[in-house]
Design a protein around this ligand. Structure first.
Ligand code: FUB
Length: 445
């Protein structure tokens, strides 16, 4: 029985994700990401995705919250690069680097939503800044006096003071005269106590994560060193840094999932996270390269509340036996027109979902309910503790519900679910075809 559960890096396995932009809001981490398409060779990126967590280990997929299509004046392929979202006055502002048709230059655009889940809408109908070569990777922070600053750039670093409306700016665009040593791209600007920080992807390639500090939001910036050195296993990197529930974290990315499938380099990246430690003087302790173990879970999952099936610490994606068909990987689907309607789909025989650190308490669970739809016959969902072949506590028979959108609640008695465990939902059934669509689950005492 695990005492504490850990994440496993990379933290998202159902899509290739990069350029992490974590935002702490109302007790939850909202992780906005760019998205490398499954068949990407170079950059092939058309939308931005959202994942949330309250324990830093299990992440819930909320699908795509914006895409290039919301900017009809922009080039519609490949350029949905590193985003960042910030809340202000009840609205949520998404800053993204994109480009315009017929130009090799870059622009930064802004979109606005009433909810962190989107939908984000273009409010300007044109770029916020640009076009200019290197205008990518926006990062934004609001100072204690209410002044918002937008930084960006590769290989130079620029900033501008945003107006309170967050969609316009005042004054000149400034190029940082003396950018931090090793600065390449991917700035992450924030303040913490009396210090201002500029973390960034450091000299390419491979990129590590460097950082600089200042006493002022506009610098001058003093280079402080490397948070993480580059590593030949990954050409790129891109920091996103937060404090959450008393700990500090740095997000970035590696290429583990794609290199588990092929030695050929493709831009198919995967977001990772590590705990970060500050020294008393505000400097940051250096970290080793992204490990596989990941960070410790902050608090256990309550299984007696509804949990979305697309909440997971790991799926079987990179652990498939060689003889499996290539398309068996569990997918996450967003129902058209319904931003929140995300569910697990395309699961086949022996796929599993791991939910880390679930606390059944005592006397424990007696039943489990699952919302499913299926067009297949003979599917089951086994529930195991601590590994996909650990103690079996129940088996849900998934009937053919009449179709893949004919949702039904099914249940099973549960035996032996007491205390805190990692829970594995293991799907079984006729080989070859999809078995079940899985929306949410809940245990009962
Ligand atoms: O993801 C596309 C680009 O790669 C980002 O904008 C850069 O920071 C680098 O991660």
């Amino acid at each position: 029985m695990p005492i504490t559960s850990h994440a496993e890096n990379p933290i998202i396995q159902t899509n290739f994700t990069a350029d992490p932009a974590p935002m702490v809001y109302d007790g939850t981490v909202y992780l906005y990401t760019s998205h490398d398409q499954d068949d990407a060779d170079g950059f092939k990126m058309v939308d931005w995705r959202l994942y949330t967590s309250t324990d830093m280990v299990n992440w819930t997929d909320h699908g795509a919250v914006a895409s290039l299509a919301i900017f009809p004046w922009a080039r519609q392929h490949n350029d949905a690069w590193a985003p960042q979202v910030i809340p202000r006055n009840g609205k949520f502002y998404l800053y993204v680097p994109i480009s315009v048709p017929g130009s090799p230059k870059n622009v930064i655009a802004v979109a606005v939503a009433d909810s962190p889940f989107g939908p984000f809408k273009d409010v300007l109908g044109h770029p916020l800044v640009g076009p200019k070569t290197g205008f990518i990777d926006p990062t934004v922070s609001i100072d204690a006096d209410g002044q918002a600053y937008l930084y960006w750039g590769n290989p130079n670093l620029w900033y501008v003071k945003l107006n309170k409306d967050m969609i316009s700016y005042s004054g000149e665009i400034h190029q940082v005269a003396s950018k931090p040593a090793t600065y390449q791209e991917g700035p992450w600007f924030y303040h913490r106590y009396s210090h201002y920080y500029m973390a960034f992807a450091s000299t390419c390639c491979p990129e590590g994560i460097g950082y600089a500090m200042s006493d002022h939001p506009t610098g001058p910036w003093t280079y402080k060193g490397s948070i993480m050195d580059g590593d030949q296993r990954s050409t790129g990197n891109h920091p996103g840094i937060i404090d959450y529930k008393g700990k500090s974290y740095v997000f970035g990315f590696n290429y583990r999932l794609t290199f588990d499938e092929t030695p050929i380099h493709h831009e198919r990246r995967s977001i990772t996270v590590a705990q970060l430690h500050y020294n008393p003087d505000g400097t940051i302790q250096k970290l080793p390269w992204w490990n596989r173990t990941g960070v410790e879970q902050i608090e256990a999952i309550d299984p007696y509340k509804r949990v979305e099936a697309e909440t997971m610490a790991w799926t079987s994606k990179v652990k498939r036996p060689i003889d499996r068909p290539i398309d068996w990987v569990p997918g996450i689907k967003t129902a058209k027109g319904k931003a929140a309607a995300v569910y697990v789909t395309n699961v086949t025989d022996l796929d599993y979902i791991k939910v880390a650190g679930v606390d059944f308490g005592a006397p424990g669970a007696k039943a489990m309910f699952a919302r499913v739809a299926s067009g297949a016959n003979g599917a089951t969902m086994e529930i195991h503790l601590d590994s996909d072949s650990g103690p079996l506590i129940g088996t849900v028979d998934v009937p053919n519900t009449g179709g893949w959108q004919d949702w039904r609640t099914v249940s099973t008695p549960i035996n032996g679910a007491v205390g805190r465990h990692d829970v594995f939902f293991v799907f079984k059934g006729p080989r070859g075809g999809p078995l079940v669509n899985f929306d949410y689950w809940r245990f009962a005492q």
